[in-house]
Design a protein around this ligand. Structure first.
Ligand code: UD1
Length: 342
């Protein structure tokens, strides 16, 4: 059974491609390589023994997208990761974000309609909840006004999907991720941000390995036990598995309604200091960090109520924080070793 993974050479996409192949799916990847490299295909192949097909083009290109789907009309389902994801950059370049994230989604939906491909898994985010009124946050929580154009593209995308489904035979599952971190246990694939990382985990590992001089902890005056902000960190392999389960749910017609939404988190909130301490413990390294002012646009605390995913989707995150930080560190070290050899 052929599954298209858009953005499949990226961080979450590559881990999902591996899990799909290991469950017996045939994987086709489309990626424009704007934030990843084709070498990831070799790593996926090394892990699974199966080489996924890669087509390099931009899904915001209507003609190329339609042409691709005509050639691959036997695709049974699509997992759509391909999107820009840097919050700060989206504030600087909103149109680039709207064009890329929304046009590619619309092209895909149109192709799904014309080729009668019924199943879509969409990569959404807990950012749609903003700072929720109640914690933990369930799927029923209100969608708050987006803090950034990036966040807005996730909200609008969910609406575009919902409206499209109403008038077509399509089905979709939106997965709202909390904070994915960590890497594959083989350390062959992991998070590889271009330039200076925005996110906490890659900044920690890059600081520890000497690429960055110092981690800045954004604020220790939040209303949390240690004053630093709280997030629900989830291992990327756990996250990837939820995508495979979602595809199976759609293909086996187990959906309760044509558009379903699930939170993907562990249900446990950890502070920035908890993550630093876990990292120091598993790596044996002392991390050079300094507390600075809060980062604009950050919410104070958010963690998931994963009950609905656990019971209805039949998925549960299994890996704990130490396993996440350990795998992220192994990946950073393995990447350094490989880069030295080249
Ligand atoms: C953000 C977005 C999320 C998006 C994700 C991917 C929001 C609210 N969240 O997550 O939707 O999917 O990025 O890019 O917009 N931190 C530091 N120092 C650093 C980096 C981060 O202290 O150098 C802190 C942050 O202040 C935050 C925590 O670490 O409290 C996690 O930050 P990060 O990894 O950037 O993720 P989010 O901001 O939660």
């Amino acid at each position: 059974m052929k599954i298209l993974v858009t953005g499949g050479t990226g961080y979450i996409g590559s881990h999902t491609a591996v899990e799909l192949q290991q469950e017996g799916f045939e994987v086709v990847i489309v990626d424009n390589l704007s934030n990843s490299s084709a070498g990831v295909i070799d790593s996926i192949t090394a892990i699974t023994g199966i080489r996924p097909v890669l087509e390099v083009f931009d899904l915001a290109d209507y003609k190329k997208t339609m042409d691709f789907f005509q050639r691959h009309s036997d695709i049974q389902g699509i997992i759509h990761f391909a999107a820009y994801k840097a919050v700060g950059e989206s504030v600087e370049q909103p149109l680039m974000y709207y064009r890329n994230n929304l046009v590619s989604l619309m092209n895909i939906l149109e192709a799904m309609n014309s080729q009668q491909i019924p199943n879509l898994v969409f990569s959404s985010s807990c950012t749609v909840y903003g700072q929720p009124d109640e914690l933990p946050v369930s799927e029923q929580a209100a969608v708050k006004k987006a803090e950034s154009p990036y966040g807005n593209t996730k909200q609008i995308s969910e609406e575009i999907i919902s409206d499209t489904i109403r008038t077509s035979g399509l089905k979709a599952i939106a997965l709202r991720y909390f904070n994915p971190i960590g890497a594959h246990p083989t350390a062959l694939i992991g998070e590889l941000p271009l330039g200076v990382p925005n996110n906490l985990m890659p900044f920690i590992t890059q600081t520890a390995i000497g690429i960055r001089p110092q981690l800045r902890v954004f604020g220790n005056d939040y209303n949390t036990p240690d004053g630093t902000a709280i997030r629900d960190y989830i291992h990327v392999v756990d996250l990837a598995k939820a995508h495979v389960i979602s595809v199976q749910r759609m293909i086996q017609s187990r959906m309760k309604k044509p558009f379903e939404i699930f939170n993907l988190g562990t249900g446990i909130g950890y502070s920035v200091m908890d993550v630093i301490r876990s990292f120091e413990k598993v790596s044996g390294e002392r991390l050079n960090y300094i507390v600075v002012d809060r980062r604009e646009g950050d919410v104070e605390q958010v963690w998931a109520n994963p009950q609905w995913s656990n019971t209805e989707l039949g998925w549960k995150a299994e890996k704990n924080l130490d396993e996440m930080t350990y795998s992220a560190w192994k990946w950073e070290q393995a990447y350094k070793k490989r880069s030295r050899k080249q």
